[in-house]
Design a protein around this ligand. Structure first.
Ligand code: NAD
Length: 249
């Protein structure tokens, strides 16, 4: 047909397993800044402060930064990009969303199968005794600096993956499996700069998937993609899902 969006829609309709990998770019329209975009966090705060070794040495400072920058996340609502992916799943045309985001907005939009590669803002975890409890409660009790474990007094850490930390093993295993199964693999709103999440599109491609990149700026793996859409995910994803629907019904 010559219309790339139409071609991708038709691939999605004909395939049995479509998988999406999302990054911070799917949540910028919800008011949460990304890391590397033009308004990104890394223009305001040194990424080294989110390395796990820095957290161990300066938990109070990192908690203050964390609360300042991630507070916007707590009142955020899903945007049309999240809703489009939820609808694609409801249509039976999306196996899973693998996300690097920690904001839980895919679940809020109604997606059932979400694989969280970098943890989430749901819980905190005690570095000393492993006790896990809700971040909202830790924030309520916190008076500044790092909140302490109610069981043992140890330092609590948000249950998100810091730089230098391994990814949650089950989530990574499931993401790899999904990448290997995918007929169409869509990377949306991610710069594909962060390892190992950025290997998933390549794994999918090697296993024969068509690779689709949707991102406002160039990504690290545009060169490997079969289709690149340079635009806003909150526009491109709903347009894509509309096309899929028109082909299904
Ligand atoms: P990133 O900042 O490296 O990349 C985001 C990309 O999205 C950028 O290339 C940017 O140009 C693009 N983008 C921004 N707004 C867009 C839009 N509306 N439409 C299309 N593209 C848009 O983020 P990343 O690739 O996710 O990786 C960095 C890390 O950031 C991840 O580990 C993630 O855990 C973390 N993070 C998460 C959140 C969140 O949970 N919402 C927010 C910031 C960072």
């Amino acid at each position: 047909s010559g219309d790339p969006l139409e071609e991708v829609a038709s691939l999605i309709v004909r395939s049995s397993c479509n998988v999406a990998l999302t990054g911070a770019g799917v949540s910028t329209a919800s008011g949460i800044p990304d890391f590397r975009g033009p308004q990104g966090l890394w223009r305001m705060v040194d990424p080294e402060k989110f390395e796990i070794s820095y957290f161990h040495d300066h938990p109070d400072e990192v908690w203050d930064l964390f609360v300042e920058f991630f507070l916007s996340t707590f009142n955020a609502k899903p945007n049309p990009a999240h809703y489009a992916l939820a609808e694609l799943e409801k249509l039976g045309k999306l196996c899973a969303v693998i996300t690097q985001n920690v904001d839980m907005l895919h679940q809020a939009a109604g997606t059932r199968n979400v694989v969280e590669l970098h943890g989430s803002l749901k819980d905190v975890i005690c570095l000393q005794c492993g006790y896990r409890y809700p971040l909202s409660e830790a924030l309520r009790q916190r008076t500044g600096g790092a909140p302490r474990c109610p069981k043992c007094g140890g330092v609590l850490k948000p249950d998100v993956v810091f730089f230098g930390e391994p990814l949650p093993r089950d989530a990574l295993r499931e993401a790899m499996m999904l990448a290997e199964m995918a007929d169409v693999f869509i990377a949306a709103g991610t710069s594909l700069a962060v390892y190992p999440a950025n290997q998933l599109p390549l794994i999918a491609k090697k296993r024969g998937a068509k690779l689709v990149v949707i991102n406002a700026e160039e990504t690290y793996y545009d060169f490997a993609a079969d289709y690149v859409f340079r635009g806003n995910v909150e526009e491109v994803l709903p347009a894509l899902v509309e096309k899929v629907k028109s082909m299904l019904f």
